[in-house]
Ligand binder design. Sequence first.
Ligand code: HEC
Length: 265
Amino acid sequence: MSPYGVWVKSTHLELKEGPYYEQGVKCQTCHMTQAEGVSADVGNKYPDVWQHLFHGAHDPGKVKGTIELRIHPDIREAEPLEVIRFTVALFNQKTGHKFPTGSAEERLVWLHVEATDAKGRTYHLPVDRKGFEGEDFTIAANTLAYQDMGIPLNLPDFKGIQRDGVPEGDRIFRLPYLDPQGRMTIMQWNTASQGPDYRIGPRETKLETYTWSLPDALEPGPMRVTASLYYQKLPLPIVEFLGVPKEEAEAIEVNHHTTLLTILP
Ligand code: HEC
């Protein structure tokens, strides 16, 4: 808990609230899986030895496929200047807690949607707003945050750094930690409150929509639209600012899905 009484690490609470807890699924079920083997070099063979895998966020194989996603359009054939609406469904099929969890103040999960026309030109689609309170924290923007890093750095006038470092308009699944002034922070001790918890719960499905007025210049022929979900341990602007190893900002692709449409002349 932070000095302001906010739970800054709540993975265990997320499991308790979710569907797995009542079914007797524990942390070990997924993080120390059981297999046939020996528990010591000279020990007996058991059918269910707990494997000390402890694989979490630092293992891309654990993160990959955590969310299953599908993108589909409301119409399959359209002419330039028509309006198409895409729906992306994201189903959390793998975690017992929310995704992302743990050091949630540092984790970034974002959904990027891009169309490629028959000429190979690409168009980035921004997510539709839903209109909930604090939604701005969940849509990538060119805005500053983390101004309270000026406290340990002894820079009282610190303006902050770029908040997200991912393409503007992409949906971000996160739990914003806020300082006493309501600005995003990665410092647990300075967390006075939290923004909207827009993470994907265990076995939850979230829907995102993308309404797109097709540009006039779109090339007739097949058009591909791909939704990709990425996971990052620490936002790139913070990694660059603090000078920590670049791997901390490596974007792991959680999943992607592509749909095909026809653009009529
Ligand atoms: C149903 C399977 C399942 C259960 C139960 C489960 N986890 Fe996880 N956990 C995962 C998966 C999959 C990931 C990788 C995706 C991610 O980072 O969330 C993960 C990741 C994590 C991470 C890394 C998160 C990060 O971003 O740093 C931590 C820490 C963690 N789990 C702790 C726990 C704890 C503590 C419990 C019990 C309260 C628990 N897990 C229960 C499946 C599970």
